[in-house]
Design a protein around this ligand. Structure first.
Ligand code: MG
Length: 372
């Protein structure tokens, strides 16, 4: 099989709730890129990469499209089912920029599945979980409103929550206070600061939260309090609350360093920060071998990226999978049919060959560019 054409589409994913806020950032929509890879055998693969705005990670939406325009001409004629060969070629053509390569890698996995008649979860090791535990993000807002949302989401069937903090120590301590008041022992809560605190601020907030939690005999995960690995490690060493590293976990070497330093209990594995399913799978498998539990997700996306999350999570042993995100549930538009089915706080990956999603071409509009 040979790649005959690569088409690139831009689509906006507006937020159902009007906006999505975390740390000090807020957006009403996210700019996503969908890549369709056509082949000489008539099969088409689909991938998606959606950075969470231009200032969350070192990634931006226009960069996905520019990056793909640099890679695509040299991928024409390549066999998309030879995943490591495709990734090696992309690394030779463009240094870094994993979020660019993720959309192409994802589309190649879709093609491998379609060519072999197997869903991607099967190619990634098999169905090790019947369904994927979801968390619901309680976006940063006024502390009282966040507590109201928390209770509403629990009534929808969720019991895993990620509360967005990281704005400022005083407002965040108030957020903890209001959320802890409505928490129940069966709730699993992860307070994600998304790098928003300086080290001294993180120590202050985490100590205050820890005290309030102890008074109610509850616990809460702390996720990526500060920007650097070193700051996070210092905070980790001063708290007994379970700890998740996310933004700084961008490859195998930092994962191994974190393991050696006992810097975290869990990591957050994002597909496009690793460069696609090929590299995310390597990290996933190493985590399983080291005993590190994972939140498995992506930066953002619609049905296509969420399907990739569901396939990767469903092929991960339940004991090593903490939770995932169903991003397509947050958007007011659909960009593909057949996305993961969400029910009772869980999602299930499509069972059709490949990712199992069909892009809605009318929704995607005309390609931004195509290379054949
Ligand atoms: Mg996070």
């Amino acid at each position: 099989m040979k790649i005959s054409r690569i088409r690139v589409f831009q689509v906006d994913l507006p937020m159902k709730e009007g906006s999505y806020s975390w740390s000090t950032q807020s957006f009403s929509a996210f700019d996503s890129t969908v890549v369709l890879i056509d082949t000489d055998e008539g099969l088409t693969g689909v991938g998606e990469s959606c950075p969470l705005g231009p200032s969350y990670l070192a990634a931006y939406a226009e960069g996905v499209r520019t990056g793909v325009s640099i890679l695509a001409p040299d991928l024409i004629g390549e066999d998309p089912t030879q995943l490591d060969r495709i990734n090696l070629k992309m690394d030779q053509l463009l240094k870094g920029h994993p979020y660019v390569k993720s959309a192409i890698d994802m589309a190649c996995w879709d093609l491998l599945g379609k060519a072999t008649g197997m869903p991607v979860y099967q190619l990634l090791g098999g169905k090790l979980q019947e369904r994927v535990k979801l968390f619901k993000v309680v976006a940063r807002a006024d502390p009282g409103l966040m507590a109201e949302h928390f209770v509403e989401y629990r009534e929808l069937g969720f019991n895993h929550f990620q509360i967005k903090v990281g704005e400022s120590p005083d407002s965040d301590i108030e957020r903890f206070r209001r959320i802890i008041e409505v928490m129940e022992p069966t709730d699993v809560v992860d307070a994600d600061a998304n790098t928003g605190w300086k080290q001294h601020e993180a120590l202050r907030v985490v100590n205050a939260a820890s005290q309030m939690l102890k008074e109610r005999q509850l616990s809460c995960f702390i996720e990526q309090p500060c920007l650097s690995y070193e700051e996070c490690l210092a905070v980790r060493q001063h708290t007994d609350l379970p700890f998740i590293l996310d933004e700084c976990m961008d490859g195998l070497s930092i994962l191994l360093r974190g393991y050696q330093d006992n810097a975290m209990d869990l990591i957050n594995l994002k597909i496009n920060r690793m460069g696609g399913l090929t590299r995310a799978r390597q990290v996933r498998d190493l985590c399983i071998n080291l005993g590190i539990v994972m939140t498995i997700e992506d930066s953002w996306g619609g049905e296509i990226a969420t399907a990739a999350i569901a396939h990767l999570a469903q092929s991960t042993p339940g004991a090593f999978h903490f939770q995932s995100s169903a991003f397509h549930e947050y958007a007011s538009v659909a960009i593909a049919e057949g996305g993961p089915i969400v029910a009772d706080g869980y999602m299930t990956a499509p069972t059709q060959p490949g990712l199992g999603v069909t892009p809605l071409i009318d929704m995607l509009g005309a390609p931004v560019f195509e290379i054949a």
